[in-house]
Write a protein that binds this ligand. Structure first.
Ligand code: ZN
Length: 159
């Protein structure tokens, strides 16, 4: 069963997370490490909870397929369905968690706009290649019942 992703294995979503980090800015070391801690724990936790839920529902999937636009977090190859689990902050969800910081507003705004444009482009390219796409926001992973319903619907519908 090596073919399928195993939960708790070495493949967590850290690549995506590190890509989003500002490398040269004027943060103090303390605030940067606070930021990294926040990203390290909270930005990957939503993806893990979606994966765990899918796994418990009996679904098997691949992770972070590099050959697909946007490297979707969770991929069902035979169903041709892909799921992105987006951190509300990095992908500029309009919710409470997704709010921009109050400092360096222009920097963050530009960054978030690029991320959002990239997300739209990736989804469009996937659709063009015949993939069905579901985006789950970090803030939506808190309600397991609702999340399970959405996943069931998405995976059962024929596109
Ligand atoms: Zn959100």
């Amino acid at each position: 069963m090596n073919f399928f992703a195993r939960e708790g294995g070495p493949s967590s979503g850290f690549t995506l997370v590190l890509e989003g980090l500002p490398l040269a800015d004027n943060r103090t070391a303390a605030s940067r490490s606070a930021l990294m801690a926040r990203i390290g724990s909270k930005d990957t936790a939503p993806e893990m909870s979606v994966r765990r839920l899918l796994f418990s529902m009996g679904h098997r999937y691949r992770l972070h397929r590099r050959d697909l636009p946007g490297k979707p977090d969770i991929v069902f190859v035979s169903k041709r369905k892909a799921i992105f689990v987006h951190g509300c902050f990095w992908h500029a969800h309009g919710c409470k968690i997704g709010k921009l910081p109050r400092t360096r507003v222009r920097f963050w705004k530009a960054k978030m706009e690029r991320n959002v444009a990239r997300d739209i482009e990736n989804e469009h390219r996937l659709h063009c290649q015949g993939w069905d796409v579901l985006t789950i926001w970090q803030c939506e992973t808190r309600d397991a019942v609702l999340l399970r319903e959405r996943l069931t619907l998405f995976l059962s519908k024929h596109s």
